[in-house]
Design a binder for this molecule. Sequence first.
Ligand code: FES
Length: 102
Amino acid sequence: MIEVDFVLPDGSRERVYGREGYSLMEVAVRAGIAGIRAECGGACACATCHVAIAPEWADRVGPPHLAEDMLLDSLERTQTSRLACQVKLKAVLDGLEVRVPE
Ligand code: FES
């Protein structure tokens, strides 16, 4: 199982575990992480799964693809913003930290 820490807007942390191949959004929704609404169900169409990858993890997570990047432009994004539905869990992401925006 891959461990992911979600840092919530109030600074609290929630640690969740997900299987390789699942998306960051799927594990967040299953764990009931507040602020990850995922209204489009992972179709890269709503941006309600926006997270900011902790900078030290950004290289391992990688950049957004073009459609995701365009959707992120509609938000107050950070340099490490990603849509959680577009990030697949893999072994090198074990211990990942992401921030949930307000
Ligand atoms: S769940 Fe809608 S864009 Fe990620």
